[in-house]
Design a protein around this ligand. Sequence first.
Ligand code: ADP
Ligand code: ZN
Length: 557
Amino acid sequence: MPDANHNAWDAQDALRRYFGYDSFRPGQQRLVDAILAGRDALGVMPTGAGKSICYQVPALVRPGITFVVSPLVSLMGDQVRALKAAGARPSYLNSSLTLGQQNTVLKRAAEGWYQIMYVAPERLLEPRFLAFAQVAAAPGGIGVPLVAVDEAHCVSQWGQDFRPSYLDIAAFIQALPVRPVVAAFTATATERVRADIVRMLGLQRPETVVTGFDRANLFFGVEEMGDKAKTAWIRDYALNHADESGIVYCSTRKAVDELYLKLAHALEPRGIHVARYHAGMSNGDRTENQVAFINDTAPVIVATNAFGMGIDKPNVRYVIHNNVPESIEAYYQEAGRAGRDGDPASCYLLWNGNDFRLRRYLIDREPEDEGLDGEARDMARQNRYRLLSAMEGYCQTTGCLRGYILRYFGDEGALGVERPADADGAAEGCGNCSNCTTPYETEDVTEVARNVVLFVRDCNGRFGRALVADALHGANTERIRSCHLDEAPGYGSLSSESTGHIKDVIGQLVGRGYLVQSQGQYPVVGLGPHAVEVMADSPEQPFVFTMKRRAAKRRSN
Ligand code: ADP
Ligand code: ZN
C-alpha cells in the first residue's frame, strides 16, 4: 500500500532528478497529489503551463506502466526523446513505427521495461494492444497505475477538435481488469466541454484544477469602430510604436491583403517594414515573411490565424485583431502571442457589426464536416454560434475584460479577488484593461429600456437589434417601410436618442437577460425571462447601466 507522505517525497525527488525543477507550480502540486493518492484528475491549463509534468511525475514514481493517450503523433517522439535524455524509460506506439518496431516495443513493455507509453487513441482497442494492456493491468501483472489523456477536449463534440477515436478511451479503461487512475488534461475547456470530458471519459469525482490562464503582463483593449477607422487606428498605433514588434490579425485572406497594402503604404516610407502571412501565399513567400518578422526586419506582420502556430517570438509587444475571431479560445490563443517574455504587452480587439455578420455567414456556409451526420452537423453549428456569442459578450461588456476571459475559462480567483458574476464596476477589475481604465458613464436608461422592451413585445420578437433601434429612433428607410415598422406603435418614440445608443441599450438588455437574441445568421431580439421587470409602468428600481458610449456623442446621430 503506497503511503501518501512517501509518495509526496518521491514526487519532489522525481521532479528534481528527472526535470531539474525545485518545486511544482501550485496547480501541478494538487494534480500530482491527487493522482498519487489514487484519485482521478482533470487539469485545465493553457499551453505552456506545465501539464505534462502532472502525469509524467506520477508515471515515474509509481511502479508499472502509465499510458498517455495523445492525438499528436508528431509530438510523441519529442516527448519520448526528452524523457529518455532525462534518464527515464519512455516509449511510444503509433503508426510512424514499422510493424517490427511495434513488436519490439510491445515485447519490452510486457517485460516491464517502460515506465510510460504514449499511444494514439486509434490504437487502444486494437486486439494486440488491448490484450497486452489487459495482462499488464491484471493482478500480478506489471501494473497500470495511470491512464493520462492529453488534449482531452477532443472527446467532446462541443469542442473544436472532436475526434471520434477519443470515444474509445472509456471502453479501453473499462476493459482493463483493474481500473487505473484516469487523469485528463486540456488547454481549452469551457464548462460544457469540461462536463463532457468527465462524462465521456468516465472520470470518477476528479480533482479538478483550472489554473494558469491569467497573463498579468498583457493589457486588454476593446474598441468598437467602423472599418475605415480600424485601418487608421492600426496605422497610428504602429507609427506610435515604431520600435515594437506586433501582429495584426484579420479574419480572411482578402482582409489581410487589403490591410497589408494600406499599412505598407503608410508605414514603409517611415522605415517600418510590414510583413504578411496567409495560407493563400506560396510556401516560399510565407517563410520569407515569417523569417523577416521573427528577425525583426519587419516589425509588423498582418496575418490570418494560419500565422503563429509553433512560433515562439518572445518580444511581440502588441497583437491587434482587426476582426473578431470565432471564439474566446481562439482570441486568447492569438492575443496570448504577445508578451511571452513577461514584459508588458497589449492586445486590442477592434470590432463592429460587420465582423459578426461575416462570422455568422462563415458558420452557415461551413463545409459539411466530414464524418458528421445531419444531427451532429447541426450540433456543431449551434456550438459555433454559442462560441461566437461569448465573443459578442466580450465586445459588449463594460466589466473587466480580463475577468471576463478568466471566468470564461473557469479560472476564478486568478485575479486574487472574488468577483461578482456581473462585475460592471471598474473599481473591482484588474486595472489593466480598457474597461478598467476607462471611466464609463453610469446612466439611467429606464425610459429607453422600457420603450425597447415594449416594442419588442409588440412586434413579437421578429426583428434584429439594428432594425428595432432604427424603428424606435424613427428612421425612414426602405427596410422600415417594407416591414411596416413605421406603422408600429412605438415607431419614433425614441427620436431624441441615437440609434447607436439604442443599440447599446439593447445589447445591455440582452447581456442581462431582459431580452434574448437568437442565434443564426440573422439574429432577432425577443423577450427574455426578466422582461416584465422592465415593462412595469413604474419599475421598482430605475435601470442604471454602465454605458460604453459617451453621452456627449450619442445625440449626434
Ligand atoms: P503544457 O503541456 O501545459 O503545454 P509543458 O508540460 O510542455 O506545458 O511545460 C511547459 C514548460 O514549463 C516546459 O518548458 C516545462 O519544462 C516547464 N515547467 C513545467 N513545470 C515546471 C515547474 N514546476 N517548474 C519550472 N518549469 C516547469
Ligand atoms: Zn480589467
